[in-house]
Design a binder for this molecule. Structure first.
Ligand code: WTA
Length: 655
């Protein structure tokens, strides 16, 4: 029996002190939640006022999950500008307050930088003017492929300021992945840097961008930020950001945007095909990012907030940049990794900047847990008040270590379940309201209506002590609006399996107290070190190799990464398996997608288990990868059941 299944699991009620100072206590949560569900118009109509609007909205919610008419609009007649909300409106009251603390990769070589709201305003306006000079205007797309440096935030906010739509590509992605995204959204400009230092190593971002741009139209421009100053190639399409911004004006009018104008596109993996461009819009997204940041982290004025994510992922969008800055917070941008220069880096940074809220992924916690408690305890963590977890289920062991050793038993952990598609937190504890259970995502955030369905029949399962697939019954302001350029795919992916609902792709359990536990993806999406990956993407990279005939990729449990990547590979006739070829395939996938997609295990498969109609039975492959082939279930529908014996005999993950 796992800890999650134990009937009398540990539970941690909020301390009286925490409840007293928090924005909401348990009673407050119940009341506010009820209003948010019973009268969304009134609830969100009021919540929308946390932003500054150029034209106030008169309509709040206009949304439909009806098959054939998936249409989501919030605050649809209001106008505003996201950059003005994240910067300008704070200038009068907090112009000299630090907006961003930038913490470099290598603290022995460089100091942290403190950027005030006033300085942020100047830098964002300059970047906005540089982009305008490059021909970028409202509605144009800009790709951002940068290290975690302040310029990444400037670039996001500069786009928002002039109404351009940004699409950030994580700096760990390969040139091919970058090229596909530049073409996918038809970007006019790519903003990159010479190199990206990370963990003491440097990724050649500019060279990667050059390779990517070789696959794109000639008129795509490249704006290059100097990070390390090391030499790079220079072509006609390149523009020097540092030189241009020096001459640019530090004033730039914020464009008036409709609430439903796109703010950004973020490519994310699904269960089929290539990554899709998730589109988030201006008004609803910012209301939701701001509100969740305030309530879930119990953020109060003057707090120092640190989310360790990269801005290449949605977590970085909502909880490094947009949510915190909308709330006038001081937010930390961390360029490095948890274990460089040593395993105490996170805690050293927490102590140095007196961090109050710390938000990271379970994979980092598991890795640091193994390094020993002394890395944590030697730093003064007395300013920490709230801890957060995101990206994958957190196992109780990691939860307990985080709670006891990092939080010294004092700090509530908010285990936030959400997705690129949802814009912000969906299920989460609230620090002053929720009795915490290690590993549970617990309760819906305001306005979120979780519905559990029986996976095959699609029937709603009500009550407590139940399990099924997690859907959401009605729209919330942070919801994605469409897939870039493919509204049909949006409907097909999220609204067609279970009509009338948004389908998350995750399974869940509701315990006897009504608390939600995420049980993991029910589709072919895997979660490797908190990075979301479609098995189909890795498969298509593998079969693009000349020696590979066929491949099937599944996830398997991995102690640190959460899930590892297990690839079954069938070679072309006449090709011989070898360790050298295995290495070659690993390198191949790294260059096709990026290091995060490198298979952990590759098994040579003379054949794959297929039904007579040719469909690969992934359930069987998952079981074998888990080293749990005792209960393979029904294999009688396989075209050739004998392939299974070979796969079992040669399995790679023996316990
Ligand atoms: C998983 C990251 C359990 C889930 C914000 C979801 C989680 C996918 C949690 C989205 C959590 C995220 N507990 N599972 N607290 N948070 N997930 O789009 O499977 O990168 O569907 O967004 O991560 O990943 P994405």
């Amino acid at each position: 029996m796992t800890m999650q299944e134990m009937p009398s699991q540990a539970a941690y009620p909020p301390s009286a002190e925490m409840s007293a100072r928090a924005h909401v206590d348990a009673t407050g949560y119940a009341e506010m939640y009820a209003t948010s569900i019973n009268d969304p118009e009134a609830f969100w109509g009021k919540e929308g006022l946390r932003l500054e609007w150029m034209t106030p909205y008169t309509k709040v919610k206009n949304t439909s999950f009806e098959p054939g008419n998936i249409d989501i609009r919030w605050f649809e007649d209001g106008t505003l500008n996201v950059a003005a909300n994240c910067i300008d409106r704070h200038l009068e009251t907090r112009g000299d307050q630090t907006a961003i603390i930038w913490e470099p990769d290598d603290p022995t070589k460089e100091d942290a930088k403190h950027i005030t709201y006033r300085e942020l305003h100047g830098s964002v306006c300059k970047m906005a003017n540089v982009l305008k000079d490059l021909g970028v205007s409202k509605g144009d797309r800009v790709i951002i492929y940068l290290p975690m440096i302040p310029e990444a935030a400037y670039a996001m906010l500069a786009c928002a300021r002039i109404g351009a739509i940004h699409s950030i590509v994580f700096a760990g992605f390969s040139p091919d992945a970058l090229g596909a995204r530049i073409n996918g959204c038809g970007a006019k400009v790519v903003i990159t840097a010479d190199f990206a230092p990370r963990g003491g190593r440097e990724t050649p971002l500019k060279a990667n961008t050059d390779a990517a741009l070789a696959q794109c139209e000639d008129d795509v421009k490249c704006l290059v930020v100097k990070r390390t100053g090391s030499e790079t190639a220079w072509t006609e399409r390149d523009y020097d950001y540092n030189a241009l911004s020096e001459q640019a004006s530090a004033d730039c009018t914020a464009e008036e945007m409709n609430a439903e104008d796109p703010l950004f596109i973020l490519y994310t993996s699904g269960s089929t095909g290539q990554p899709k461009g998730v589109v988030h819009t201006t008004g609803g997204y910012l209301v939701y990012a701001s509100m969740t940041h305030e309530y879930v982290f119990d953020y109060h004025d003057g707090d120092i907030f640190w989310c360790t994510a990269d801005v290449g992922w949605v977590t970085g969008h909502s909880y490094i940049v947009y949510g915190p800055l909308a709330n006038g917070a001081t937010t930390i941008m961390f360029e490095g990794v948890p274990t460089y220069p040593d395993a105490g880096r996170f805690w050293e940074v927490c102590a140095k900047h007196k961090v109050n809220q710390f938000y990271t992924a379970p994979t980092a916690i598991r890795a640091l847990m193994g390094a020993g408690n002394e890395w944590v305890t030697k730093h003064d963590l007395s300013d920490l008040r709230i801890l957060g977890s995101v990206g994958e289920p957190i196992n109780p062991e990691a939860w307990n270590w985080y709670h006891e050793v990092v939080g010294q038993g004092r700090c509530p952990i908010v285990d936030t379940f959400w997705q690129t598609e949802t814009g912000g937190h969906m299920l989460t504890p609230l620090p002053g309201a929720t009795t915490l259970k290690p590993g549970a995502a617990q309760q819906p955030f305001f306005g979120v209506k979780p519905v559990v369905l029986e996976p095959t029949s699609g029937e709603v399962i009500e009550g407590k002590g139940i399990e099924g697939v997690l859907c959401i019954g009605d729209s919330w302001p942070g919801q994605m609006r469409t897939v870039w350029g493919d509204h049909e795919r949006f409907e097909k992916t999220y609204f067609s399996d279970y009509k009338g609902y948004y389908f998350s792709g995750d399974g869940c359990r509701v315990d006897e107290d009504g608390d939600f536990w995420i049980t993991g993806r029910v589709d072919d999406v895997i979660n490797v070190s908190g990075h979301r990956m479609g098995t189909a993407e890795v498969e298509s990279a593998l079969v693009a190799h000349a020696k590979v005939a066929e491949s099937a990729v599944v996830g398997y449990p991995h102690d640190v990464k959460g899930q590892g990547i297990y690839a079954y590979v069938t070679l072309m006739n006449g090709e011989e398996p070898s360790d050298a070829l295995r290495k070659e395939l690993e390198v191949w996938v790294r260059t096709e997608i990026g290091p995060i997609a490198k298979p952990d295990l590759i098994q040579w498969a003379p054949g794959l288990p297929k039904t007579r109609s040719g469909k690969i039975m992934r359930r069987i492959l998952r079981k074998i990868a888990e080293d749990d082939f005792g209960a393979l279930g029904d294999t009688s529908t396989l075209a050739d059941p004998s392939v299974v014996d070979d796969l079992i005999a040669n399995r790679m993950n023996r316990k």
